[in-house]
Design a protein around this ligand. Structure first.
Ligand code: GLU
Length: 508
């Protein structure tokens, strides 16, 4: 590749960015970084009717959270701006006119009502898919069917018009897609798409091509849903006499059951987020995001990287730098990639485990009420992280580090709290009282001595001990827990818990 690689992520601000969109952004980012190129953010807001307030900022915030920020574009600046299409409005008209002049496009005066009528009539005649194309255009109101004078008269009178692509008949359009190989589409399957709207706005197609060309985009990496538009785009490049960029259409992301495309509505319905960040609709409805659900951006991005791409071996955990190093479009598959919410949790668990206790404690802090030293919180994180998937789990599963015991695990009480357990606990309390240097090793030593002396197995003493100190039936090593909690707290809980658990047992 001799020219500088320049790729763009070009979302439309029609709502929050779906994780499929984030994957598109990620692959663009990886490709750009891999080739020392530019990653550009362009906002494609030519569809006024679908514009959603706040969506643009959401896109920028999401990329930032994911750590895949553009180095040029909307919110970042650069020498090819503006990067928001509505701010480039005036750029497009001369291009549309150029195509009319060269005979690749034409002016059409048909009103929305007239078009609707046409469709209705066709439907009645048993033709449900009426199209404005090489066959029907001669019976419509346009610069190809009307006389030159008539067209001029209408233009002079300020009649609204569209500019439409004059789709050639029966021509095979061929282009090579990096992921899909050669794609051939016959123009008889394509309609005369509107390029320029009566509102003075270009449509997506025209704006997209003009911008990709003028912004010197070398590779168009986007979702498969844009593949049907690619033949028109190719024709437009040819009509302008411009070099085509290289295309790479990414595979769909499928629902966990493999049935169809993962949609924006699937997330909360199926119990997992599909958006990077929380999104609140104008009606106040909240859609959950990965961030607020407790995911690490690194885990989210790692998971996304493998939805369509594979490194060619079994490796699964990659830092962003490693992804850049290993990524190639050649290793992106054609078939849909099934999204697996459980695997996504697994990724989070891996990241959580590999995060050091100090850093975890900073993340855990906002979830805690009460004041604890950083060392204390870090020690809790160290004990709990092997069992946690999310930061919140550390606080949830390890609640006994931050609150007094308010309930005791029912099953353990009924099954493990035997008649002689209270007495055994009394003995244990007495043995613990004698420990002067309260640490894991000493607590364990005293505990083991006690078992040995009485010829007890762990199962006879351990569960009751855990119940009194934590209220639970399971958890990390009791000696570690006790060391972190401190002698005073442990002994107090043991003493005060005895009566409480006894009461639970007798009433049961
Ligand atoms: N504006 C399109 C979208 O919303 C971008 C398609 C493209 O990348 O060409 O996804």
């Amino acid at each position: 590749m001799s020219e500088k690689v320049r790729v763009r992520f070009a979302p439309s601000p029609t709502g929050p960015l779906h994780m499929g969109g984030v994957r598109t952004a990620l692959y663009n980012y990886l490709f750009a970084k891999k080739h020392g190129g530019d990653f550009i953010l362009r906002i494609e807001d030519t569809d006024e009717k679908r514009f959603v307030e706040g969506a643009q900022q959401y896109i920028i915030d999401s990329l930032k959270w994911c750590g895949i920020e553009p180095n040029e574009g909307a919110g970042y600046g650069g020498e090819f701006g503006p990067y928001i299409q509505s701010e480039r409005k005036d750029i497009y008209k001369p291009y549309a006119e150029q195509l009319v002049e060269s005979g690749h496009a034409y002016i059409a005066f048909d009103t929305p009502e007239e078009l609707e009528n046409m469709r209705e009539q066709a439907k009645k005649m048993g033709l449900p898919n009426w199209q404005y194309n090489g066959i029907t255009r001669s019976s419509m109101k346009n610069s190809l069917s009307l006389s030159k004078e008539e067209v001029e008269k209408r233009l002079a009178a300020g009649e609204p018009y569209s500019i439409r692509m004059k789709m050639p008949r029966n021509q095979d359009i061929k282009f090579e897609d990096i992921i899909r190989g050669w794609v051939t589409v016959n123009t008889n399957n394509l309609d005369d798409k509107i390029l320029y709207k009566p509102s003075g706005m270009p449509t997506y197609h025209l704006a997209n091509i003009v911008d990709d060309h003028t912004m010197k985009i070398t590779h168009v990496i986007r979702g498969e849903e844009w593949l049907p538009s690619a033949p028109l785009h190719v024709l437009l490049y040819d009509a302008f006499g411009w070099d085509r960029p290289q295309f790479a259409h990414l595979p769909l992301i499928l629902r966990p059951d493999g049935n169809g495309k993962l949609s924006k509505r699937d997330g909360d319905r199926l119990g997992f987020p599909v958006f990077p960040l929380n999104w609140t609709t104008a009606e106040g409805e909240i859609y959950s995001g990965y961030k607020e659900s407790g995911y690490f951006p690194e885990a989210f991005i790692n998971m996304l990287s493998l939805l369509g791409w594979n490194p060619g071996n079994n490796e699964e955990i990659f830092s962003l730098e490693e992804m850049v190093d290993k990524f190639s479009l050649e290793r992106v598959g054609k078939s849909g990639a099934r999204f697996d919410p459980d695997k996504t949790k697994w990724f989070n668990q891996q990241y959580l485990r590999s995060t050091d206790d100090q850093s975890l404690s900073i993340m855990v802090k906002p979830h805690i009420t009460g004041t604890y030293s950083d060392e204390y919180i870090a020690a809790v994180c160290g004990l709990m992280k092997e069992r946690a998937t999310f930061i919140q789990d550390i606080v949830k599963e390890g609640d006994y580090f931050f609150t007094e015991i308010s309930s005791y695990d029912e099953k353990t009480v009924q099954k493990k709290w035997k008649e002689d357990t209270p007495e055994i606990m009394q003995d244990l309390i007495a043995a613990f009282e004698g420990i002067t240097d309260w640490n894991t090793a000493n607590i364990e030593a005293i505990f083991s001595q006690y078992l040995e002396k009485n010829e007890y197995g762990f199962g006879k003493v351990g569960p009751g001990f855990r119940l009194l100190v934590t209220g639970k039936g399971m958890g990390p090593s009791m000696f570690d827990i006790c060391a972190v909690l401190g002698k005073e707290v442990v002994l107090k809980r043991m003493r005060e818990g005895l009566d409480k658990v006894n009461a639970l047992k007798t009433t049961a």
